[in-house]
Design a protein around this ligand. Structure first.
Ligand code: URA
Length: 234
């Protein structure tokens, strides 16, 4: 619906209510700040709608070699949203984020925090696998980022955990290294964001897991949740 059309509909509605003698309207928190169209839709419906809008995206070169576009996965009402870099081979085949070796470690990290994987939301900066898992190119990020922005806008998580350099630098518009960014809360729009190491990096550098766990504990504290004293291995 066009903006003008929405305004006209609202005016007609208000005039009708006035003619009935209605003087006050209560805007409830659930509808305040949402568009007229989105007010009645659940987050799941809005994400499903976004997924259909993206369809079989051909905006950048990555569509040519992908098997599946990897949209994102998890609870649309999640308090925590993890954002990674881009799908790898396993993710490309299954159409789901973080299902390979790095995904297994991410799932363990989520469990160690006291969550089930289905309780959080997981997405990537880039929705299609770069060939041979090469780093995403600037124009690919620019093309794909609006989809992630929209996902974040719909989910409205309390905290975003940016996994690795690309996620942290893209969301924070920063050029600092992940080793500099990690462990410090920043903001993405008005949402708290904590950068930490990417699980694939942790697989190659297991001695860094300690720092990553300390980052995840900061998130739990920020959410007012109990912090497990020992990192659970599941
Ligand atoms: N690495 C990522 O950054 N994302 C995935 O989905 C898988 C591996």
């Amino acid at each position: 619906m066009e903006k003008k059309e929405i305004v006209e509909k609202v005016i007609t509605f208000l005039e009708f209510q006035k003619s009935l003698g209605v003087k006050n309207f209560i805007i409830t928190p659930s509808t305040k700040g949402q568009s007229v169209e989105s007010a009645s839709k659940s987050k799941k419906e809005m994400l499903d709608e976004l997924r259909s809008t993206i369809g079989e995206c051909i905006e950048c070169r990555l569509h040519k070699e992908r098997t599946n576009l990897v949209f994102g996965d998890g609870n649309p009402e999640a308090k925590i949203m993890f954002v990674g870099e881009a799908p790898g081979r396993d993710e490309d085949i299954q159409g789901k984020p973080f299902v390979g070796r790095a995904g297994k470690l991410l799932t363990d990290m989520i469990k160690a925090m006291g969550f089930k994987r289905e309780e959080v939301y997981i997405a990537n900066i880039i929705k299609c696998r770069p060939p041979q898992n090469r780093n995403p190119i600037k124009d690919e990020i620019e093309m794909c980022e609006p989809y992630l922005r929209k996902q974040i806008e719909i989910i409205k998580p309390k905290i975003i955990i940016a996994l690795g350099t690309f996620a942290a630098q893209t969301l924070l518009k920063s050029e600092e290294k992940i080793s500099q960014l990690r462990g410090k809360f920043a903001y993405y729009e008005d949402i708290k964001l904590l950068p930490t190491y990417h699980p694939a990096f942790l697989l190659r550098n297991p001695q860094k897991k300690k720092e990553s766990w300390s980052d995840l504990k900061m998130v739990l504290t920020e959410l007012g949740l109990p912090v497990p004293t020992v990192q659970k291995k599941k």
